[in-house]
Design a protein. Structure first.
Length: 352
């Protein structure tokens, strides 16, 4: 995919709720009922009913400007069992970082200037004692740290305040981290023995354009959409030759290193399988060779029969506290039927 020719000023058009023009059709991913909102007036889209089964981003015309260019994405009509589609529009910032807007959005103000990727050096260094890779990312030293709300880099862009999101309103967004922990093609600096260039991708997943709240306060339809976003990103990153393991996570609280309070999570596409997942995968492989069954399925089935530590068993999902839990709040959530990865699960299971 390639960008488009830049023009002097972005020719945004906001008449009603038009479709993308000039061939820039959004891609529709298999999704849940989450592309619309009851507050459409805030998005300048009051002529679109909340029950619409085909919601398009609020944008028409070429998405070309000196500050960003759109990457045309193939139009796909992949309906979920609910018959609702979730639109994804891909953009590229001037420094080459990708931004993915999911659902509806409004273009940024004319004054928008994209923030640029931080400078630094990225390396992978092998630890022979622990037999594991250690990631070095000097570019993360200057990352944004607990800014005031008015300076939040994850809020919508406004006149005089350009954020990471090239939109003045949006439903959900994913972008390549400006302060990545892993990054393919990054500067390395001098490489010591046992080191090699960094590889992989670091993405930020912004749950909502609202600054307050958390994952737990999102309404059901927004949670449905977020799980579909996770599945879409897993599917995309798994296709990359520089990614061997995709890890979705969220840090909560300053004590564990949170630097932004806006509701968000992260996705890491590692160029190797990290130590803990590697141990778990090896154990699952040994169990499969010995018994011919999936270890996770076996553990879940054992807990369902015991009916002692199961806290959820409905709609194809099982949640339980493992008998060997290391923390009092440890819960394993797995599909009731064997599924190899999140993108392989059904929409019904992801909604559960």
């Amino acid at each position: 995919m390639s960008g488009t020719t830049v023009s002097a000023r972005p020719p945004w058009r906001r008449a009603g709720c038009p479709q993308l023009g000039q061939g820039h059709e959004p891609e529709y991913i298999r999704g849940a009922n989450a592309t619309n909102r009851t507050d459409q007036n805030r998005r300048g889209c009051s002529d679109t009913p909340a029950s619409s089964a085909s919601v398009r981003p609020i944008l028409q015309g070429r998405m070309d400007s000196p500050i960003m260019s759109a990457v045309p994405t193939a139009s796909a009509d992949r309906r979920s069992p609910r018959g609702v589609r979730l639109a994804r529009t891909t953009m590229v910032q001037p420094d080459g970082r990708h931004v993915y807007l999911y659902g509806a959005f409004q273009p940024p103000p004319a004054s928008y200037v994209a923030p640029l990727l931080t400078s630094g050096e990225w390396q992978q260094r092998w630890n022979p004692l622990r037999q594991e890779w250690v990631m070095y990312a000097s570019g993360r030293q200057g990352r944004t740290f607990l800014p005031e709300r008015a300076a939040c880099p994850l809020c919508p862009s406004t006149e005089g305040h350009s954020t990471e999101i090239p939109a003045s309103a949006y439903d959900a967004a994913v972008f390549e981290n400006r302060f990545p922990a892993v990054r393919s093609g990054a500067p390395t600096g001098p490489l010591p023995p046992g080191a090699k260039p960094s590889a992989g991708v670091s993405e930020v997943v912004v749950y909502t354009d609202r600054h307050e709240g958390s994952f737990g306060t999102l309404p059901a339809d927004r949670l449905d959409a977020l799980v579909e976003v996770w599945a879409d990103r897993c599917r995309e990153l798994a296709r990359r030759s520089d990614v061997r393991y995709v890890f979705i996570f969220e840090n909560r609280g300053e004590a564990v290193g949170v630097t932004l309070h806006h509701p968000h999570g992260q996705i890491m596409g590692y160029p190797f399988v990290p130590p803990v997942p590697a141990i778990e995968l090896a154990a699952a492989s040994r169990h499969q060779r010995r018994t011919g069954t999936c270890l996770h399925c076996t553990l879940a089935a054992d807990e369902r029969r015991a009916k002692v530590r199961v806290i959820l068993d409905q709609d194809g999902i099982v949640g339980y506290v493992p008998v060997s839990a290391r923390w009092p709040y440890e819960v394993h959530v797995v599909p009731a039927r064997h599924v190899g990865a999140l993108p392989d699960s059904s929409s019904a299971v992801r909604r559960a």
